[in-house]
Ligand binder design. Structure first.
Ligand code: TPP
Ligand code: DXP
Ligand code: MG
Length: 629
């Protein structure tokens, strides 16, 4: 079947089992071929091929509302709803988004990227549906990993209480990105091994009713016996107790099982949970047999061998640089404990865990808990290092303020994926942390220019015992510079002049330093002398250097790969205002809108973060100085 030509999922309605199986095979081939070129979230999608086809066969999208939690597994839904022809552009600049997108299709009714939001949104939609007297089904599709997120549990609590018609499809592949963790994961495991229980439950209820109802203690004992029998026989009792009708466990690769259970679910009133067992990476040998992450998210690869196509001899990833520096510190300092909210592989903490198995905690998708847990550790004299993606720290903001900063606790935040991340797009760009952390009292915010400075900053953060300390680092590879043998502590709030100059100055940090140096070099050829300063501490600022600079009354350009509103440049402006200087400052950074997916270089161009623009801005400002004089 030509999957690029499908534009209406109702073609599935009349398909028999054989036809569905053939289509599932075609879809898998399509995904394996397309993603070998573009990269993307292969493992999760291969796991939900049959489930997605079955959902679209039993329900009618968009009348029935499909909410894909995280959304990284929505590729088959995209193919079925008219977007197969765009897969060559998947996650590319101006191409198909890797997550559900409302402006892409009427079938994408809920946008995701961050996990565990689907149940709350579904509940909101269910309340609206009932108030409007509408009749459609609402189907959040959530993974076992995403179910560990606190929001999902808050929503289950509410849905069960309100008894709303919401059909939760739980896609249980026993994986988050790495192996799923936690007690809930254990509970799901017991449900899986308890075997089938759905309509048989009616029979059980009937049987239990046969236990004679007698008065007093005997009656109480009989009730207790009934309850424990239920727990023993009924795998989904955990969900049943919360007010859900449980169907499962369902074989997520067997159309008979899927269709039968989904049809039952469709007819059931009130909250329903369909527990579907799937295999991440199903149908592609290299993914199926991968023990680490079942090819959760991949770049281009060779289809036959599964070999990943990567540039040879690239410097180490920034995450490795930081976690290696932390490992060095942890050997000397027993207070160090690493914490990750389900990103052990992305944050490259696996080796740390191998060396210090009792000093690494993967808490599941639980950023709020991870932050407050770190605060708890710090109160007891430990030195927690919370490795967290910038975008996911957004979820722990209250915990940063209320639990960590207010109590001025020694928590080190390793803010991974700071800056534009590229292919994951809007939901994942790490561009807000500078603005939202800068306003929090007691917070130190830093960003290294290369791996040498990174190791010194990690060392500095470990030695600093006066409150929270954030080290930002970007996605991708570090610079490949040599590193000093001896570790140094960098004075807090100190900047570094990378290039002297007297006509203007550029203040920048991290990823934009190279473009600033390049711009300065170009302008040198035009006879202009530009100073470039590594503002490695974003907070506190280097007050002394800034006073000296502003007294010179030369133009200043600030550059940051972070939002301009409330960002580093704004803090320089505030400093000028607070100290009575007339600001002569141009700020460059991320504008006040969400930045979509694409290659980071394209995105930089789109938002004007280029050497040419730095040159242009400086050239426009420098003559103004002469006019002033
Ligand atoms: C709030 C948040 N934290 C972390 C992530 C990173 N993340 C993306 S997918 C994923 C695992 C999700 O596991 P599951 O829901 O079981 O889906 P699967 O990939 O197994 O299908 C994680 C941790 C995220 N998207 N959102
Ligand atoms: C869907 C999701 O949130 C993650 O899988 C994310 O795509 C990981 O990004 P990195 O590749 O930067 O680890
Ligand atoms: Mg999973």
């Amino acid at each position: 079947m030509d999957l690029c030509k499908i534009n209406d999922p109702s073609i599935l309605k009349d398909m028999n089992k054989n036809q569905l199986e053939e289509m599932a095979e075609d879809v898998r081939q399509f995904l394996i071929e397309n993603l070998s070129v573009t990269g993307g979230h292969l493992g999760a999608n291969l796991g939900v091929v049959e489930l997605t086809l079955a959902l679209h066969k039993v329900y009618k999208s968009p009348t029935d509302r499909f909410l894909w939690d995280v959304g990284h597994q929505s590729y088959i839904h995209k193919i079925l709803t008219g977007r197969g022809g765009q897969f060559e552009t998947l996650r590319q600049y101006k191409g198909l988004c890797g997550f559900p997108k409302r402006n892409e299709s009427e079938h994408d009714i809920w946008e995701t990227g961050h996990s565990s939001t689907s149940l709350s949104a579904a509940m909101g939609m269910a309340i609206a549906r009932d108030l409007k007297n509408e009749k459609h089904s609402i189907l959040p599709i959530i993974g076992d990993g995403a179910l560990t997120g606190g929001m999902a549990l808050e929503a289950l609590n509410h849905i069960g209480h309100e008894k709303k018609n919401v059909t939760v499809i739980l896609n249980d592949n026993e994986m988050s990105i790495a192996k799923n963790v936690g007690a809930l994961h254990g509970a799901l495991g017991r449900m899986r091994s308890a075997g089938k229980y759905n309509r048989a439950k009616d029979d059980l209820e009937w049987l239990l009713k046969k236990i004679p109802a007698v008065g007093g203690k005997i009656a109480q004992a009989a009730e207790r016996l009934k309850d424990s029998m239920k727990y023993f026989v009924v795998p989904g009792m955990f969900f049943e107790e919360l007010g859900f009708t449980y169907y499962g466990p369902v074989d997520g690769h067997d159309f008979d099982d899927l269709l039968e259970n989904l049809n039952y679910a469709k007819k059931t009133n009130g909250p329903v949970i369909v527990h579907v067992m799937t295999q991440k990476g199903k149908g592609y040998h290299p993914a199926e047999t991968d023990v680490k992450d079942k090819w959760h998210g991949v770049g281009p690869y060779k289809i036959e061998s599964g070999e990943k196509i990567k540039p040879a001899d690239a410097p180490p990833a920034w995450s490795s640089v930081i976690s290696e520096a932390l490992r060095v510190e942890a050997r000397k300092d027993k207070r160090i404990v690493a914490v990750t909210p389900a990103m052990i592989l992305g944050s490259k903490l696996d080796k740390f865990g191998e060396e210090f198995p009792d000093r690494l905690y993967d808490v599941g998708i639980a950023e709020q808990h991870a932050t407050t847990l770190s605060a708890g550790l710090a109160t007891q004299g430990m030195k927690p290092f919370l490795a967290i993606y910038s975008t996911f720290l957004q979820r722990g903001y209250d915990q940063v303020i209320h639990d960590v900063a207010r109590q001025n606790l020694n928590v080190i935040f390793g803010i991974d994926r700071s800056g534009l991340v590229g292919a994951d797009g809007e939901t994942h760009q790490g561009v807000f942390d500078v603005a939202f952390l800068r306003s929090v009292p007691n917070m130190i915010i830093s960003m290294p220019k290369d791996e040498n400075e990174a190791q010194h900053l990690v060392h500095t953060a470990v030695k600093y015992d006066d409150g929270p300390f954030a080290i930002r680092y970007p996605r991708g590879n570090a610079k490949g510079v040599n590193t000093d043998k001896e570790l140094q502590t960098i004075p807090i709030g100190s900047w570094e002049v990378l290039k002297e100059g007297k006509d203007a100055a550029i203040l920048t940090f991290g990823t934009t330093i190279d473009m600033a140096l390049e711009a300065a070099k170009h302008l040198e050829e035009d006879g202009l002398s530009i100073r470039v300063i590594n503002a490695r501490f974003i907070k506190p600022l280097d007050d002394a250097m800034l006073h000296d600079l502003l007294k010179e009354e030369i133009p200043v350009v600030t550059i940051e790969e972070a939002v301009l509103k409330g960002g580093f440049g704004s803090s320089v402006l505030e400093f000028a205002e607070e100290n009575g200087y007339t600001p002569w400052i141009k700020r460059m950074g991320v504008p006040d809108r969400f930045i979509e997916h694409g290659n980071v270089k394209n995105l930089w161009e789109e938002i004007g973060l280029t050497t040419e623009n730095i040159n242009k801005n400086l050239k426009e400002m420098i003559p103004t100085k002469k006019q002033r004089a």
